[in-house]
Design a protein around this ligand. Structure first.
Ligand code: DOR
Ligand code: ZN
Length: 425
């Protein structure tokens, strides 16, 4: 038995279809898109009045398993993902043990398959135990299932190692995702360095900690003619550097997170530890620049950097709390509220940033577009439905969101992964 989506107004990265279509999914693939399909014998989902998008793809998520199952598990993280409209997520390697060996990769893939809600791709670490001392065996990790590598949570500071990693990644055709933040410059900062940090008396993390690393990575990518993907860009200056590098033909791609275009560093003045995130929330001009960079193509992808932490871990002083906030369940709503409704981007461009471009960046050739022959990963939304973020509403194990109480636009109505309904309101 297949699945038929009836009355679908399809939104791909290039356009919104003007007439409703029926979509037949069989064996995990989209097999037919025509104006009317006899659904006899198939399961049906009626999408009348809704928008039908290629399944959202988040290439930057922290699932915490193995090691910190009190914060999140592959199961609870997958539930949060499909509730947020995501059909594919990539999980970062800062687990315990670190994803630096094939056994851990296989364990995560096996558990994700058992849960069976969305596709989960583990990201291997660039250096063993993320210690910035010795490279992992990237070929062995690729064979186990890693299509991208990162030491996210921190930069690969050792430039010689980073150069080598980029050379191996080029040979293996895998993606290097770099967390850009020089800890010698950050030196214990807990929020953006600027007028607000001075006023509230919290130690500042200067923007140059990010931009010097962005500059270095662009230079290494240019020198090697190799690809690099820059994680969670937060600054106007970072966008300027990336824009310039792209104009020179450097193979750099970049991502930004909803919290970096929805909140400024003023939010930290509340001392709410869910606003403590790495890189930190920045100044108003940076927020504006990130929006412009998303609109003009400097920033390729929108990702969540979903970083769950327990109440116990976060309910300490601002200085002592871990960095991170949860994002899977609020991402689409924030993108529609902050970017689509104010007409900074339209719905097809949103689809590009949240599905088509991420699929392309990580090399998933049959995802990111609703098209015959492509994977049957589909997200149905009502972009006009408003809802209020509530702590009790989160299915993620952790609740560390600075958006609780916010009214957002855009509701996920149904998520379909591999041709099966995995979430429905
Ligand atoms: O805020 C963050 N939290 N930034 C990171 O880079 C790591 C993440 C985490 O793992 O908690
Ligand atoms: Zn991260």
């Amino acid at each position: 038995m297949g699945l038929v989506i009836k009355n679908a107004i399809i939104v791909n990265n290039d356009k919104i279809w003007d007439r409703p279509q029926d979509i037949l999914c069989e064996d995990g693939k989209i097999v037919k898109i025509v104006s009317s399909i006899n659904a006899g014998g198939h399961e049906t989902v009626d999408a009348k009045g809704k928008k039908v998008l290629p399944g959202l793809i988040d290439i930057h998520v922290h699932l915490r398993q193995p090691g910190r199952e009190d914060k999140e598990t592959i199961e609870t993280g997958s539930k949060a993902a499909v509730k947020g409209g995501f059909t594919t997520i990539m999980c970062m390697p800062n687990t315990n043990p670190v994803i630096d060996n094939p056994m851990t990769v296989e364990y995560i893939m096996h558990e994700a398959n058992r849960v069976g809600l969305c596709h989960v791709y583990p990201i291997g670490s660039i250096t063993k135990a993320q210690k910035d001392e010795e490279l992992t065996d990237m070929a062995e990790l690729k064979a186990a299932g890693c299509i991208a590598f990162s030491d996210d949570g921190k930069s690969v500071l050792n430039s010689r190692l980073f150069r080598l990693a980029m050379e191996y990644a080029k040979m293996l055709d895998v993606l290097i995702i770099e967390h850009c933040q020089d800890p010698l410059l950050t030196s214990g900062g807990v929020m953006n360095e600027g007028a607000v940090s001075t006023r509230v008396g919290l130690k500042g993390d200067p923007g140059i900690a990010e931009t010097v690393t962005v500059g270095r990575d662009i230079e290494i990518a240019r020198y090697l003619d190799a690809r690099v993907h820059l994680a969670h860009m937060s600054l106007k200056r970072s966008c300027e550097l990336i824009r310039w590098a792209k104009s020179q033909g450097v193979k750099v791609t970049a991502e930004a997170c909803p919290h970096h275009f929805s909140l400024t560093d003023e939010a930290c003045a509340s001392f709410d530890t869910s606003t403590k995130v790495n890189p930190p929330l920045r100044a108003r001009e940076d927020v504006q620049a990130i929006k412009e960079a998303i609109a003009d193509g400097t920033i390729d992808c929108i990702v969540t950097d979903h970083a769950p932490h327990t109440k116990e871990d976060k309910e300490v002083g601002f200085d002592g709390a871990p960095f991170g906030l949860i994002g899977l369940e609020t991402s689409l709503g924030l993108v529609i509220k902050e970017l689509v409704k104010p007409e900074i981007i339209n719905l097809p461009k949103m689809v590009d940033k949240m599905s088509t471009a991420p699929a392309k960046v990580i090399g998933l050739k049959s995802k990111g577009i609703i098209k015959e022959g492509f994977d049957a990963d589909i997200t149905i939304i009502d972009e006009n439905k408003e809802w209020t973020v509530a702590k009790e509403g989160f299915v993620s194990k952790s609740k560390n969101s600075p958006f609780i109480g916010w009214k957002l636009s855009g509701q996920v109505e149904c998520t379909i992964c591999n041709g099966k309904v995995v979430y429905k309101v």
